[in-house]
Design a protein around this ligand. Structure first.
Ligand code: GLU
Length: 474
C-alpha cells in the first residue's frame, strides 16, 4: 500500500513570489496532481521582522494567477510555535536534545578558537552531559539536538543521489532559542511531519539543511519524507539568477504580458524534461511529470525561449479567450490603457473582429495590445515616422485616386474590398503594395499591421473613410 502523496510549497513571505519559487511550486503541484495527492501551502513567517502580509497576499495571488492553487488553507508556521516548543521539550525528555546554558561570551570564545585553529565554527558540546544545576544564574538556555558524534548521515535524494554528511560536521545545532522560538531547521521538520508531507521538493540551496533535518526526524523516530532538491535557476549568463537578470517576481512576468500557461510551460522545462517535448499543456505536464526526470544540472533562464513559447500559446488560444484575457490583463499591462478608449462592449467587439489577424504576430500580451492601438486611436491619427514618410512621398495622391472606388464599395467586407482595391491598382498601373502601403499608413498610423483588407473590414466603412479623408484633405 502506498501512502497518499502530500507535497508542500513553503515560501518565506519576505518578498513577492519569485520566479524560482513559482517553479518549485509548479513541481510540487504537478507531482501532487499526477499522484492524485495534495499540495499544501505553508507560509514560513517566523521571521517577524521581514515577513509582511503584503508578501503573503502577493504569494497567494501569484499562485492563483498561475493556477497553482494549494489544497486546504495556507498554514502559518509562526502560529505553530507552541507545537515546535513542545517537540523540542519532548526531545529533551527523551535524552535526544538538551538545555545549553553557554553564555554569549563562551560562544564567542568558541568561535575565536575555531578561527585560530582554522576549523569551521562548531559548538563544542559542553552542555551535552552537564546538569542544568551547574548553570550560571540568569542564563536562559537554548535547546540543542544531541547529534551523533561519528558516522554519517545520508540524505537519499531523488535528484542528487545519496548525499553523505559526516556527523562531526553536523554539530549540536539549536532547535529552540532562549526566547522559546524555534529555529527554521526545527520548525520545518515538525511542520512537515505534522502536515503529513511525504515528498519534499525544493531548491538545492536547502540540501545541507536536509542533513540536519534528517537528524531531527531520526531523533523523533519519524519517517523521513522523500527528498528532491532541484538545481537552482541561473541567468542566461550562467550566473545565479538574481534581480540583475531582470524583474523576477511573478507579477513582473504578468506585467510583461506572459500567459500563465506559457510561463508554466516554460518553467516546467527549466530542470525537467520529457523527451524532446517543448510545448506542453497543463494536462500534458500532469500526465508526464515525474521526479526521476528532474535534471541534476542548473537550468538557464532564457527570455528568447520564453517569448517563443508565449507566442506559440497566444497563437494557439481562441480569439474569444484572448479577448477576455486582454480585458482582464489590461489592468496589469503597462500599455493597458489602450484598451480603455471606448466602452467595454465596443472594445470587446473591435478586439474580437481583429484578433484573428493580430494574434499571429504577437509574442506577448504587451505586443498584442500595442498592435490593437489602431483600433481605438482617435482621429486624426498620429503617424509614426515611416507612415508619415509613405504618405508624404506620393501616398496621399494614391489615396485620393483610390477614395472614389472605396466609397462605391457596396458590401464592406474583406472579399469585396479586395476586389475593388485590386481592380483599382491594376487600372491605375500600380503594384498592389504601392496602394496598400499608404492605405495602411492612413488607417493605422504605422507602416506595419495585419492585412490591410482586414483592417478596413474591422474598422468599418465610416471610420475607414474618415481616416483616409483625414489624410487626403491634409
Ligand atoms: N522557506 C524556505 C524558502 O523560502 C523553504 C523551506 C523549505 O522548502 O523547506 O526558501
Amino acid at each position: 500500500m502506498t501512502d497518499r502523496v502530500v507535497t508542500r510549497f513553503a515560501p518565506s513571505p519576505t518578498g513577492f513570489l519569485h520566479i524560482g519559487g513559482a517553479r518549485t511550486a509548479l513541481f510540487n503541484w504537478l507531482y501532487a496532481r499526477r499522484m492524485g495527492g495534495q499540495m499544501l501551502l505553508r507560509i514560513e513567517d517566523t521571521d517577524r521582522e521581514r515577513s509582511t502580509d503584503a508578501a503573503v497576499q502577493a504569494i497567494i495571488e501569484g499562485l492563483d494567477w498561475l493556477g497553482l492553487k494549494a489544497d486546504g488553507e495556507p498554514i502559518s508556521q509562526f502560529a505553530r510555535a507552541a507545537r515546535h516548543r513542545e517537540i523540542a521539550e519532548e526531545l529533551v525528555a527523551a535524552g535526544k536534545a538538551y538545555y545549553c546554558y553557554a553564555t554569549p561570551a563562551e560562544l564567542d570564545e568558541m568561535r575565536e578558537k575555531a578561527k585560530a585553529e582554522k576549523r569551521p565554527p562548531r559548538y563544542d558540546g559542553r552542555w551535552r552531559d552537564r546538569d542544568p544545576s551547574e548553570a550560571l544564574a540568569g542564563v536562559k538556555p537554548v535547546i540543542r539536538i544531541k547529534a551523533p558524534l561519528d558516522g554519517e548521515t545520508v540524505v537519499r535524494d531523488k535528484v542528487q543521489g545519496d548525499v553523505r554528511f559526516p556527523n562531526k560536521d553536523l554539530d549540536d545545532f539549536i532547535l529552540l532559542r532562549s526566547d522559546g522560538t524555534p529555529t527554521y531547521m526545527h520548525a520545518v521538520v515538525v511542520d512537515d511531519h505534522d502536515m503529513g508531507v511525504t515528498h519534499i521538493i525544493r531548491g538545492d540551496d536547502h540540501l545541507t539543511n536536509a542533513g540536519r533535518q534528517t537528524l531531527i526526524y531520526q531523533a523523533m523516530g519519524w519517517d523521513v519524507p522523500v527528498m528532491a532538491h532541484i538545481p537552482l535557476i541561473h541567468g542566461a549568463d550562467g550566473a545565479k539568477l538574481s534581480k540583475r537578470h531582470g524583474a523576477l517576481g511573478v507579477d513582473a512576468y504578468r506585467g510583461m504580458g506572459y500567459l500563465p500557461k506559457a510561463l508554466l510551460n516554460y518553467l516546467v522545462r527549466l530542470g525537467w524534461s520529457h523527451g524532446d517535448d517543448e510545448v506542453m499543456s497543463i494536462e500534458d505536464m500532469i500526465s508526464w511529470f515525474d521526479i526521476v526526470d528532474i535534471n541534476k544540472g542548473a537550468a538557464r533562464f532564457d527570455f528568447a525561449k520564453l517569448d517563443a513559447i508565449n507566442g506559440h500559446w497566444i497563437r494557439g488560444s481562441s480569439d474569444e479567450e484572448l479577448v477576455e484575457t486582454l480585458m482582464t490583463e489590461r489592468a496589469y499591462l503597462p500599455n493597458g490603457d489602450i484598451l480603455r478608449q471606448m466602452d467595454d462592449a465596443m472594445v470587446r467587439h473591435r478586439l474580437g473582429a481583429a484578433m484573428a489577424g493580430l494574434k499571429e504576430r504577437a509574442k506577448t500580451l504587451v505586443e498584442l495590445t500595442e498592435s490593437t492601438a489602431y483600433l481605438f486611436a482617435q482621429r486624426p491619427l498620429p503617424l509614426d515616422e515611416k507612415a508619415a514618410e509613405i504618405l508624404a512621398k506620393d501616398g496621399r495622391d494614391i489615396l485620393r485616386g483610390l477614395l472614389p472606388a472605396l466609397e462605391g464599395v457596396e458590401s464592406w467586407d474583406v472579399a469585396s474590398l479586395e476586389t475593388v482595391i485590386k481592380a483599382h491598382a491594376e487600372a491605375a498601373g500600380l503594384k498592389l503594395g504601392k496602394v496598400a502601403q499608404p492605405l495602411r499608413a492612413a488607417l493605422t498610423g504605422k507602416s506595419t499591421s495585419p492585412g490591410v483588407y482586414d483592417v478596413l473590414a474591422v474598422l468599418g466603412r465610416d471610420e475607414s473613410l474618415a481616416r483616409l479623408k483625414d489624410q487626403t484633405a491634409a
